[in-house]
Design a binder for this molecule. Structure first.
Ligand code: IYR
Length: 221
């Protein structure tokens, strides 16, 4: 069977523009911080839509696009998700997480309280699909699902930051309560929960530094 190919018209720039764009993009991304203090200020749906569309441009194993983004604005549903997340997190902080893990989290100032789920105007739950189903219900395979959905989530976080908004990669664990609360089919498993909005006024973040370039890059020339 022959599958169609089309000519790709790549985005191209001169070298000095490439240098400038790569630096400008890095400077922008370097200002990203995970934020836990949200404002309740509303964010237009159009921005959220563009952000989610950007996430959907991520590469995926065999182009299966094994993701679904649940975009939540409903206040009752947010409160329900918050209550359920806090219930699970309480168990985590009070015993399910190791002492070492709790110690590693101390500089981040996290705890079982997740008020950001109520306060942020939007919650995006990233769902992964380990397999899919045809219209007639036949199971189809997906590949490299964690990698694919991880990459899409990275695109999502970059798009949120690029729009001038903030987020937090929240990983309530175990997360099955989310799929139930959202009434999603069994083939979708919650992967990440991201509150999206503006930071609260006088928002504080932990005083962290990033690893030096030499620590994250090794050259083989
Ligand atoms: N899921 C918990 C704990 C937590 C775990 C890691 I790793 C973090 O970087 C931050 C928090 C919570 O959300 O509080």
């Amino acid at each position: 069977m022959e599958y169609p190919f089309i000519t790709y018209k790549p985005v191209q720039f001169g070298e000095s523009e490439m240098i400038s764009r790569s630096k400008v993009f890095y400077d922008l991304m370097d200002q990203r911080r995970s934020v836990r203090d949200f404002s309740d200020r509303d964010v237009p749906e159009e921005i959220i839509r563009n952000i989610v569309k950007t996430a959907g441009t991520a590469p995926s194993g065999a182009h299966k696009q094994p993701w679904v983004f649940c975009v939540i604005r409903n206040k009752t549903l947010k409160s329900r998700l918050r209550a359920l997340a806090e219930e699970e997190e309480k168990k985590n902080y009070e015993g399910r997480m190791s002492e070492r893990w709790i110690k590693d989290l101390a500089p981040l100032g996290t705890n079982e309280k997740k008020e950001f789920i109520d306060i942020a105007p939007w919650i995006i739950v990233v769902m992964k699909k380990s397999y899919d189903q045809d219209a007639d219900g036949t199971k189809t395979n997906n590949y490299y699902v964690n990698e694919s959905v991880g990459i899409a989530s990275g695109f999502l976080i970059a798009a949120i930051h690029n729009a001038g908004l903030v987020t937090l990669t929240h990983t309530p664990s175990p997360m099955n309560f989310i799929a139930k609360a959202l009434n999603r089919p069994d083939i979708e498993k919650p992967y990440l929960l991201l509150p999206v909005g503006y930071p609260a006024e006088a928002c504080k973040v932990p005083d962290l530094t990033r690893k030096a370039y030499d620590e994250i890059a090794i050259y083989f020339e």
